[in-house]
Design a protein around this ligand. Structure first.
Ligand SMILES: C[S@@+](CC[C@H](N)C(=O)[O-])C[C@H]1O[C@@H](n2cnc3c(N)ncnc32)[C@H](O)[C@@H]1O
Length: 362
């Protein structure tokens, strides 16, 4: 029981490996990241006993950028007998429970990686959840079906129909979503699919209880690279008035709301309208990540906005290093001005070759 499994978008395993190795080293924990490209997950094997559990507790999950989920796992259970997969899985959970306190665990996910090959496992995993849940309840390891705010969350992670890892994550330090993926429904009246990126970002970065306080009808937003308007749509939906900056065309439906002004200008030159206090800046321009990071830094340092969500489009190579460099530069810019702020970055499910960053001035 000395491995951590981290789920990710297929193709980003190297980034997860670099990230977990850095975070573990910061805690004085060393190990080896096992990477199989395009598998949709990474295993981090710690050299010393019980350290995977420490990582699962002590690396703040919300500081991981590329990992969608983080769980402690068993060794791979292979050649499971289709007539009785449950017994060896229960034995593996038994071995786990000898090392950590299984009470009160509240929920179980039977999952697979987010790859095309694993799609065929999804029906099996859904069906298998029912008998496995019953067996775990009998053992007293599963309680009511409502997830709790603390304790363990059980996982059974299938890589093939006859091979799986069993494991757990910490309810207060994991993704609450199945496979680490929030399921969002595309709003039929939204102008573009990218609307889901901003919706997921808001869901990820802003606690639901604070959403109304953080985004409401008394606020003004600026959307750089706004066309055709999927991100503007999310802000307008929450009542904001939005300056939509882009040389392109905005969706007609957004004009009808009376909550936007289209500014056909260059997003790098645009400045907030005089005598208008801008609360929010969002930015989805396709540009070099370092240029975007500098631009966002300029807005925050000049006091032109106090909260921002933006994308950094990633180059194909050295993506992790590029992200770290951009975040470091931004942090340095804000620190130089003695600004107090919180920063969080995530490779969202709806992000492809890009990550999304949230910064709020305190
Ligand atoms: C990915 S699209 C934005 C999609 C938008 N967020 C949505 O949800 O519909 C990128 C946009 O950035 C705009 N863009 C790129 N460079 C720009 C610049 N320098 N100034 C303003 N807009 C720019 C492009 O015209 C394009 O419409």
């Amino acid at each position: 029981m000395n491995k951590l499994a981290l789920y990710c978008r297929p193709g980003f395993e190297k980034e997860v490996a670099a990230e977990i190795t850095d975070h573990a080293a910061d805690l004085g924990i060393f190990g080896f990241a096992r990477v199989q490209e395009h598998s949709g997950y990474v295993l981090f094997e710690c050299y010393q006993p019980n350290e995977a559990d420490r990582l699962a507790r002590e690396i703040p999950f919300n500081q991981l950028i590329f990992a969608r989920q983080m769980l402690v796992v068993s060794n791979l259970l292979e050649n499971l007998d289709p007539a009785d997969r449950i017994s060896p899985i229960i034995s593996a959970f038994e071995a786990l429970s000898a090392q950590v306190n299984f009470q009160p665990s509240s929920h179980l996910f039977v999952e697979m990686a987010d790859t095309n090959e694993s799609k065929s496992l999804s029906t099996f995993c859904r069906k298998f959840t029912v008998p496995l849940r019953q067996a775990l309840k009998k053992k007293g390891w599963l309680m009511a079906s409502t997830p709790q705010k603390s304790g363990l969350f059980l996982h059974c992670f299938f890589v093939k129909p006859n091979s799986c890892y069993v494991g757990y994550s910490y309810t207060n330090n994991h993704s609450e979503h199945f496979m680490g993926i929030p399921r969002l429904k595309f709003p039929a009246d939204a102008p573009s699919r990218s609307t889901l990126k901003l919706e997921e970002a808001i869901l990820t970065f802003i606690p639901r209880k604070d959403e109304e306080k953080c985004l409401n009808g008394n606020m003004v937003g600026v959307d750089l690279g706004a066309c055709p308007g999927g991100w503007t749509y999310q802000l307008v939906k929450r009542g904001l008035f939005v300056y939509a900056v882009d040389h392109g065309k905005m969706a007609e439906s957004l004009y009808e709301t009376g909550r936007i002004e289209h500014c056909a200008e260059d997003g790098f030159k645009f400045q907030p309208p005089k005598r208008k206090k801008v609360d929010w800046l969002v930015c989805d321009m396709v540009e070099q990540p370092s240029r975007i990071a500098n631009l966002i830094g300029k807005w925050l340092v000049n006091g032109w906005c106090r909260e921002t969500i933006f994308n950094l489009k990633l180059p194909m190579k050295k993506r992790y290093q590029e992200v770290m460099q951009c975040l470091e530069n931004l942090t340095e810019m804000l620190n130089k001005q003695n600004l107090s702020f919180e920063i969080q970055a995530k490779h969202l499910y709806h992000d492809r070759e890009e990550i999304t960053v949230h910064i709020v001035l305190k």
